[in-house]
Design a protein. Structure first.
Ligand SMILES: Cc1cc2nc3c(=O)[nH]c(=O)nc-3n(C[C@H](O)[C@H](O)[C@H](O)COP(=O)(O)O)c2cc1C
Length: 371
């Protein structure tokens, strides 16, 4: 049986986080993941997409069992209640990913207020709806809210500097996200093999949990993360390609079909994003290089004319809508580098069991390497 600080702190069976993957819903995926003994994370950022990406917003409402007319706060509440109800039998542990960047703050407020209200009204909800997972912003201002409401707090960072800021803020679970990661990836290409041990060394205390994200997808990579001193891993792309995942069939199958060197980095709504390679994403990378080249050297596209940014954003939106509609020719789909190591689309529980079983075998056998 794998043991780690992660399981003690979070209360899950296994030291694995199923990643939030907004603006797409991960509601069904979070339910399946929590029921499989890992930390299931719902995505909430689609709450901001009602007007800008109506198609994605509709899919988000449907996953929550709500209608768009009910309004964003009610959709979020229904999503939380659905996850709570459907993880009761297995006593699954779950949480929500909330983007806390400046432009998302009004939406973050709605999500976090709803989370706190529901938890305070129901002790059982409080016990299992445990984790507030903040991303894409400064963690420091959220410390008081988290502590006052007895939440377990996770935050994702792409650097040692970010990890140290999390430690200062009192974050419980620091997720170090390497450049292999799917979709929004770091501005500077530091990969998990470098970032994860560097964050483990920099944090170096008994109370903070450190997890790796980016490239983790099986028993080998889970064992490697634990050997590098991490307490667990977070996986997006691996869970995206599962039976229960909320993603469109074309998207899931494209991860399974991806081969050697399957991804490319190009612009993605707000910064660098990792996409599965296709004619459409190749063209997008060429346009990024032409119109927003700073993205490849870590410089935000502040000097790019708004009209050009709008065109690139429209292209991304249209391509994602095509992916969701099953239009392969015009689709562009985000995924991590590990897509090239994923060749099947199992049930979430089978992914978890296989992964944990393999990691245990590897870790037990590792002592044989020492003469
Ligand atoms: C399609 C997709 C959408 C994502 N959206 C978000 C998001 O909204 N917020 C976030 O913090 N991370 C997001 N991520 C990153 C994941 O949370 C996770 O850190 C990443 O997928 C880990 O790398 P992996 O894909 O190699 O497993 C997304 C990833 C994917 C593949």
């Amino acid at each position: 049986m794998l043991k780690s600080k992660f399981c003690e702190r979070v209360g899950t069976k296994y030291p694995i986080i199923q990643a939030g993957m907004g603006p797409f819903p991960t509601t069904e995926l979070a339910i399946a993941s929590a029921n499989a003994g890992v930390l299931g994370i719902m995505s909430s950022s689609a709450i901001a997409s009602q007007d800008t990406m109506p198609h994605i917003y509709d899919v988000f409402c449907k996953a929550a069992g709500a209608k768009r007319e009910e309004g964003p706060a009610a959709v979020i509440e229904k999503m939380f209640i659905k996850a709570f109800e459907q993880t009761k039998d297995a006593q699954g542990i779950f949480g929500v990913n909330v983007m806390v960047s400046a432009e998302m703050l009004p939406w973050a407020k709605i999500v976090i207020e709803t989370l706190i209200r529901l938890r305070n009204a129901n002790p059982e909800m409080k016990k299992r709806f445990k984790v507030l997972y903040t991303s894409a912003g400064d963690p420091l201002p959220w410390g008081e809210t988290v502590k006052a409401n007895d939440l377990t707090w996770a935050h994702i960072v792409p650097s040692v500097k970010g990890a140290l800021r999390c430690k200062k803020a009192g974050v419980d679970i620091i997720v170090a996200s390497g450049h292999e990661s799917g979709f929004h990836t770091s501005w500077e290409p530091v990969h998990s093999m470098i970032l994860l041990p560097a964050v483990v060394e920099a944090i170096n205390d008994d109370k903070t949990v450190v997890c790796g994200a980016g490239g983790f997808c099986d028993g080998k990579t889970l064992a490697a993360a634990l050997l590098m001193g991490a307490d667990g891993v977070q996986m997006g792309t691996r869970f995206l390609a599962t039976q229960e995942s909320d993603f469109a069939p074309l998207w899931k199958q494209s991860v399974v079909d991806a081969g050697d060197r399957a991804t490319i980095v190009a612009r993605g709504f707000v910064g660098p994003a990792r996409w599965l390679k296709s004619a459409r994403s190749d063209l997008h990378a060429q346009n990024t290089l032409k119109y927003s080249p700073g993205l490849y050297i870590g410089v935000p596209d502040d000097d790019t004319p708004q009209e050009t940014i709008d065109k690139l954003t429209d292209y991304e939106n249209d391509s994602i809508n095509a992916a969701m509609a099953g239009d392969k020719e015009n689709a562009m789909m985000a995924a991590g580098e590990c897509a090239q190591r994923i060749n099947d689309m199992p049930m979430v529980n089978d992914v978890v069991q296989q992964m944990v079983g393999d990691a245990e075998k590897i870790l037990k056998g590792a002592s044989a390497l020492v003469g």
